[in-house]
Write a protein that binds this ligand. Structure first.
Ligand code: ADP
Ligand code: MG
Length: 352
C-alpha cells in the first residue's frame, strides 16, 4: 500500500472523494457523508438505474492508458446505458476497491479527476459509494441514476417488422484499439522500438490506429443522440458486446428477427488497419468486437433529420430491416447468402 494512501485511510479517502467531486445536480437533497444519499424525484419522470463494473485485468490494464481516462471511462460506460434508454443522467454512486499494493494515491487522485471531468461534462453528481481494500486489482463500479419522461424510455423490446435497423458512428474501432494495445501500441506515443512495423503502415494508418486506441480507452457516450431519438426510435441498445450479440438481444426482447447487409456495416478505419496488420477480419471486429458504445436502434421514420440538429458530424447508417420471423440477427453477404450472427463477447463463455 502506498504510504500516503495508508496514512489517509478509508475515511480520509472518502473525505478526499467528497472534496474532489464538486459537480452538483438538481434533485440532490443530501450527497456524500451520511448512511445514504437523499434524492428528490422529478415530477412526471421515471428513474433509470444502471451499474457497470470495470475490473483490472478483466476490462483494463493500468499501464494501457492514463488513470484520468480510466476515471472518465468508468462513468462513460454507464452513461452509455442511460443514453440507450433515451434518458438524462443525474446521480452516480462509486464502488471503489483499492488493491493493497501498487496503486499510488496520485493515481487515484487522477482517476477521480477524470471521473469528475466526465461527471461535470454530462451534468452528473456523485452522491455516494463504498470504499474497500480489494484482494487483487483495482475495482471500479459505478451505479448511475437518470430520468426519462414517464413512459418514454426506449426499450429493447419495441421493434416491429419492416422498421429499419440503424447504427451510429463506426464499429470495430474499440476492438482494434484493444488488439493494438495488447500488441504494445500506446496512446499518443511513437511506434514502440522492438515492435516490427509493416512498411505499409504510414502516418494515415498510424492515425487510424490511434483513433482505435482512443475509441477503446475513452468511449464517448451518445447521450444527446439517445435523447433526440425519444419518440423516433422504437427499440434501442448500446453496442457494448458487438452488434452480432446486441442486435440479437434487441430481436429476442422484441420477438422479431433482423436482416442486415454486410456491405453496409460502417467499419472503423482502425479495424481495417488492424485487420491487415494482425490478420483479422475487419468485418468480424466490427460485428463481434464490442465496447464501441454506439447506439443500435430501430425506427420507421428516417432519424437523420432530428440527429443532424444534435450531432451534425455523426454518421448514422441504415444496416437493414426488422423482419417478422423471430430468426434472430442475420447477416446477408454480397453473394446473397444469409448467415446467423453468432454472439459477441460473453464473460462466461469458454475461451475459443
Ligand atoms: P457506511 O458504513 O454507512 O456504508 P461508509 O463509511 O461506507 O458508510 O460511507 C460514508 C459515506 O461516504 C456515505 O455517504 C457513502 O455513500 C460515501 N462514500 C463511501 N465511499 C465512497 C466512494 N467511493 N465514492 C463516493 N462516496 C463514497
Ligand atoms: Mg459503505
Amino acid at each position: 500500500m502506498d504510504p500516503a494512501l495508508a496514512h489517509l485511510g478509508e475515511f480520509g479517502l472518502i473525505g478526499l472523494i467528497r472534496e474532489r467531486m464538486r459537480h452538483r445536480s438538481p434533485g440532490t437533497v443530501l450527497g456524500i457523508g451520511d448512511d445514504a444519499a437523499v434524492l428528490r424525484p422529478e415530477a412526471d419522470a421515471e428513474v433509470i438505474a444502471t451499474t457497470d463494473m470495470l475490473l483490472e485485468g478483466v476490462h483494463f490494464q493500468r499501464h494501457w492508458g492514463c488513470p484520468r481516462e480510466l476515471g472518465r471511462k468508468t462513468l462513460a460506460v454507464n452513461l452509455s446505458d442511460i443514453a440507450a434508454m433515451g434518458g438524462r443522467p443525474q446521480h452516480a454512486l462509486l464502488g471503489l476497491g483499492v488493491p493493497p499494493s501498487g496503486v499510488p494515491l496520485a493515481e487515484i487522485e487522477a482517476l477521480l479527476a477524470g471521473l469528475e471531468e466526465e461527471a461535470a461534462a454530462y451534468g452528473v453528481a456523485l452522491v455516494g459509494g463504498d470504499t474497500c481494500a480489494s484482494r487483487s486489482g483495482l475495482v471500479l463500479s459505478v451505479t448511475l441514476l437518470g430520468v426519462v419522461a414517464a413512459g418514454r424510455a426506449i426499450l429493447r423490446s419495441g421493434a416491429h417488422p419492416e422498421e429499419t435497423v440503424w447504427v451510429t458512428g463506426r464499429l470495430g474501432g474499440s476492438a482494434a484499439g484493444l488488439l493494438a494495445l495488447e500488441s504494445g501500441l500506446r496512446p499518443d506515443s511513437p511506434w514502440p522500438a522492438g515492435l516490427p512495423r509493416p512498411t505499409w503502415i504510414g502516418p494515415a494508418e498510424e492515425a487510424a490506429l490511434q483513433a482505435g486506441l482512443r475509441a477503446h480507452l475513452l468511449p464517448v457516450p451518445r447521450l444527446a443522440i439517445g435523447q433526440a431519438l425519444v419518440g423516433c426510435a422504437t427499440a434501442m441498445i448500446d453496442v457494448s458486446d458487438g452488434i452480432a450479440s446486441d442486435l440479437g438481444h434487441l430481436c429476442t426482447e422484441s420477438r422479431v428477427g433482423a436482416r442486415i447487409q454486410a456491405g453496409r456495416v460502417p467499419i472503423h478505419p482502425a479495424a481495417a488497419v488492424v485487420g491487415r496488420w494482425l490478420g483479422r477480419d475487419p468485418l468480424d471486429l466490427a460485428l463481434r468486437g464490442g465496447e464501441d458504445y454506439e447506439l443500435l436502434f430501430t425506427s420507421r421514420a428516417d432519424p437523420r433529420p432530428r440527429l443532424l440538429a444534435v450531432a451534425p458530424e455523426l454518421e448514422v447508417t441504415a444496416l437493414g430491416a426488422v423482419v417478422a420471423e423471430p430468426l434472430g440477427a442475420r447477416l446477408e453477404t454480397a453473394d446473397g447468402r444469409e448467415h446467423a450472427m453468432a454472439g459477441g463477447f460473453d464473460h462466461f463463455s469458454a475461451a475459443p
